[in-house]
Design a protein around this ligand. Structure first.
Ligand code: ARG
Length: 458
């Protein structure tokens, strides 16, 4: 057992207690953040004259050497220390002796862990935003290539009105762009430095909190030391944002699974992104989409778990907060993996435009347009709705599409029908006539805005 405390104790910690309490097996992930925070703290202690220049330099050199050894594989982060902060401090003291004992001046593991986690989550937020941007590029490329790829749009899983693949993916573009921006706003809010909060009530040393905040690229130090050590709102906000990302990925996965079914056949997944069956030789399964859909649960679980952990905690630090790590790390890894795989799966898939067009034609998705045609000829919409409904019935009994129904049949229902009905209900007319902002006929403008947005963002 290797802990930083013990002076006040006469008895040994029970082994089970030590293992239960120990966080090094998982907070070892915060090693680089811990070193970074300690370097900034030592630099500040030195500049403020709280420790001597010599002591400061020796601590800084020692910390850098530890970091190098880990990078070069000469030192493994792990072992019997209680947590990552104890690991670094013990290693430092082992290497440089007494000056190493000065590092913990005016700092507590409570503000240390608050800092490490914030630095870590800030980096991960940036990484996830990059992955979102790359997914957005792939979606925009699908949109650019498919402004004339017609497909049925659905409500209640029933063919509703024709759209294009570009328009359908435009909806996902908007979702993932909101995710990107949502994480951006969380990042702005979380960018305050807890270092210098001490255990909860600051310290009596003349710390320069502005300096450490600056060295660690924060906008400013936090305004209240009790909040500094107990705030995990940013983790909750990030986990909420990650849950929404997973919701979007899961909905898209669900659509890919449906589109990939034999009945639909809209999409062909590349061999690299699908899997086979051990018994049924004909199978090409969308396992990746299913796994993304399936992994959504664990990200929601991480969010729920931390909400429950935090809800009853009095101020300030409580050990419960150690539970903010494992599931959050898992959620971060999961989301990163899912974003990468969704991007690759979409980039390598091909679209069966003939199949999509046939599906849009056969499902009466142009019935609203046929009614609108009558309205343009002076028939009130409610009457037009009834007329087209009867024509749809007629088509169903003949087993044909509206495009294939002879003009005499149209005329039997209304004299307003002329030969131009066929043009009016063609898929290209149905789509290109819908030019209200945001409609499938305006995808060109949406793409224009998207291109500009990429330029501003990058
Ligand atoms: N391992 C702890 C955590 O993750 C670090 C802070 C410990 N502070 C304390 N007073 N025991 O929250």
């Amino acid at each position: 057992m290797a802990q930083l405390w013990g002076g006040r104790f006469t008895g040994e910690t029970d082994e089970l207690v030590y293992a239960f309490n120990q966080s090094l097996p998982f907070d070892r992930r915060l090693f680089f953040q811990d070193i970074r925070g300690s370097l900034a703290h030592a630099e500040m202690l030195k500049r403020q004259g709280i420790i001597s220049a010599q002591e400061g330099d020796s601590i800084i050199e020692g910390l850098r050497a530890i970091q190098n050894d880990v990078l070069e594989g000469k030192l493994t982060v792990g072992g019997n220390d209680e947590d990552i902060h104890s690991f670094v401090e013990a290693e430092l003291i082992r290497r440089i002796g007494d000056p190493g004992k000065m590092l913990h001046t005016g700092i507590s593991r409570n503000d240390q862990v608050a800092l490490d986690m914030r630095l870590y989550m800030r980096d991960e937020t940036d990484g996830i935003r990059k992955l979102l941007l790359s997914l957005l590029h792939t979606i925009a490329a699908i949109m650019e290539e498919n402004t004339e790829t017609y497909m049925p749009g659905f409500t209640h899983m029933q063919k509703a009105q024709p759209v294009t693949l570009a328009h359908h993916f435009g909806a996902y573009f908007e979702m993932f762009r909101r995710d990107y921006e949502r994480l951006g706003s969380v990042r702005e809010r979380m960018n305050v430095c807890p270092l210098g909060s001490g255990a909860l009530a600051g310290t009596t040393y003349p710390l320069d909190r502005e300096l450490t905040a600056n060295l660690l690229e924060f906008d400013r130090p936090c305004d209240n030391s009790m909040d500094g050590v107990s705030d995990r709102d940013y983790v909750l906000e990030i986990l909420s944002s990650l849950s929404i990302i997973m919701t979007h990925l899961s909905r898209l996965s669900e659509e890919i699974i449906i589109w990939n079914s034999n009945e639909y056949g809209f999409i062909e997944l590349s061999d690299a992104y699908s899997t086979g069956s051990s018994i049924m030789p004909q199978k090409k399964n969308p396992d990746i989409a299913e796994l993304i859909r399936g992994k959504t649960g664990r990200v929601y679980a991480a969010m729920n778990s931390l909400f429950v952990t935090m809800k009853g905690l009095p101020l300030a630090y409580n050990k419960d907060m150690q539970e903010d790590k494992e599931m959050t790390f898992d959620a971060v890894d999961t989301v990163k993996g899912c974003l990468k795989l969704m991007e690759g799966m979409l980039r390598t898939s091909t679209w069966n435009s003939a199949r999509m067009k046939e599906s849009a034609t056969m499902g009466f998705s142009n019935a609203t347009d046929a009614a609108d045609y009558l309205v343009r000829k002076g028939v009130p919409f409610r009457d037009a709705h009834g007329i087209i409904g009867r024509l749809v019935l007629n088509c169903i009994s003949r087993g044909c599409s509206m495009d294939e129904l002879p003009l005499e049949e149209y005329k039997k229902e209304s004299p307003a029908f002329e030969n131009d009905i066929y043009d009016a209900i063609s898929l290209s007319a149905c789509v290109s006539r819908r030019t209200t902002k945001g409609a499938p006929g305006s995808v060109g403008e949406e793409l224009e805005l998207i291109r500009k947005w990429f330029i501003e963002e990058e």
